[in-house]
Design a protein around this ligand. Structure first.
Ligand code: FES
Ligand code: FES
Length: 156
């Protein structure tokens, strides 16, 4: 199968990777770049745990071809903290016990960060609607919603 080289920014660092046309962004992130914070859950776009940001928008990396990231800025959960400081969304998830097994957490946090960047003061309904594609089998969602709303309250 013919390969090509894609160039993109991953968590602020320039990367060049040789990919096949059918390689997925999720596999490039986890298997090539060894950033395993982004999880492989369902693989069919149903759970949201593979969510990363591409050019600031949340995307399901299990449904995104790696070639689509060519020229883009990709941010994973590993890239959210800056200068050793957790992102306010990460802090809030800890403060509100919004993490149990943690499998959904990277996707939840990346999606929540995108929500707050897009809608800085969301209502509870807007939070629930935005996160509807992220499934959690542990928390019952209430603590996650509280965490996101607390970040909005602080304007962070
Ligand atoms: S692994 Fe991508 S949506 Fe489930
Ligand atoms: S914390 Fe376990 S699936 Fe969400």
């Amino acid at each position: 199968m013919k390969t090509r080289t894609i160039a993109f920014t991953l968590n602020g660092e320039p990367r060049e990777v040789v990919v096949r046309p059918n390689d997925l962004l999720l596999n490039v992130i986890r298997d090539h770049e060894l950033l395993t914070g982004t999880k492989y859950g369902c693989g069919i776009g149903e759970c949201g745990t593979c969510t990363v940001q591409v050019d600031g928008k949340p995307v399901l990396s299990c449904l995104t071809l790696a070639v689509a990231a060519d020229g883009c800025q990709v941010v994973t959960i590993e890239g959210l903290a800056e200068g050793g400081r957790l992102d306010p969304v990460q802090e809030a998830f800890l403060d509100h016990a919004a993490v149990q097994c943690g499998f959904c957490t990277p996707g939840m946090i990346m999606t929540s960060r995108s929500l707050l960047d897009e809608i800085p003061q969301p209502t509870e309904e807007e939070v629930r609607e935005y996160l509807r594609g992220c499934l959690c089998r542990c928390t019952g969602y209430a603590s996650i919603v509280r965490a996101v709303l607390s970040v909005a309250e602080k304007g962070a």
